[in-house]
Design a protein around this ligand. Structure first.
Ligand code: GLP
Length: 243
């Protein structure tokens, strides 16, 4: 595991974008695993800028997103499909047919999980998986639990996650209570993982994930077992580390 310390959110975003840019440049038809939330927005902005400058070509790239709220349609402005389209896809030359996100409108969680895992397998697996980190150590929407969930599955969101994500909704009551998420096995099968974190409120989760015991109570801790993890985090998020 390599940890890169950034000064702040912008520096983290630029450094993370460099890792993704290198991946796309070295393998133009790569599969990128993508994430939502406020952490990757700056990274996407930087990649869009480099694309506009003619430095990055996404025409052969395929993508597979980590998660989606259950019950939200693609045109719902809180869906992760909408997020990805408006924060990234619409501003780069990706073929939308090459983008994949769990289908929040499928009411059958088991069927959707099996379908999505097959999509990822058919792509040949993920080359580079971008990950944010929840304040409770969740990755994707894999919440702290007694076991590590394996494949893509339906998750009951924890109160703390609903609280953290309510800022994107009119009220906490509007936050969906369930989501579809890649499981830990799906995430761990990615050939390379890029974990980003910014801000003091991620410091404890980041420390516990990278330095604490490997336990499903801190889902991010499983990353200690992955052979190729790059962490890009700012000083505030790394404040519990002695770096
Ligand atoms: C959500 C997403 C995660 C994300 C996390 C942190 O729960 N499902 O993929 O990593 O929030 O979000 P943020 O980056 O906004 O702090």
């Amino acid at each position: 595991m390599r940890i890169y310390k950034a000064t702040d959110y912008n520096d983290m975003s630029r450094k993370a974008a460099n890792v993704i840019s290198a991946q796309v440049t070295m393998k133009p038809d790569c599969v990128l695993g993508l994430a939502t939330g406020s952490s990757p927005i700056g990274t996407y902005k930087q990649l869009i800028e480099w694309h506009r400058e003619g430095l990055l070509d996404f025409s052969q790239v395929h993508t597979a997103n980590l998660d989606e709220y259950k019950g939200l349609t693609k045109d719902n402005d809180q869906s992760y499909y909408y997020f990805m389209y408006h924060n990234f896809f619409k501003d780069i030359n990706i073929d939308m047919a090459n983008t994949n996100i769990p289908d929040g409108t499928n009411p059958d969680g088991e069927a959707e999980g099996a379908r999505y895992d097959q999509v990822v397998r058919d792509l040949g697996g993920v080359d580079l998986q971008l990950l944010g980190l929840g304040r409770n150590g969740h990755i994707g929407f894999n919440e702290p639990d007694e076991v590590f969930p394996k494949g893509t599955h339906c998750v009951d969101l924890q109160e703390s996650t609903i609280e953290a994500n309510k800022r994107f909704f009119a009220s906490a009551d509007d936050v969906p209570k369930q989501a579809y998420s890649m499981g830990i096995q799906t995430i761990m099968m990615a050939r390379k993982i890029l974990l980003i974190a910014s801000g003091e409120d991620k410091a404890e989760a980041l420390y516990n994930s990278l330095c604490g015991p490997i336990t499903p109570h801190v889902p991010g801790s499983i990353l200690q077992l992955h052979q190729d993890v790059v962490v890009v985090a700012d000083e505030a998020a790394l404040s519990k580390f002695n770096l």
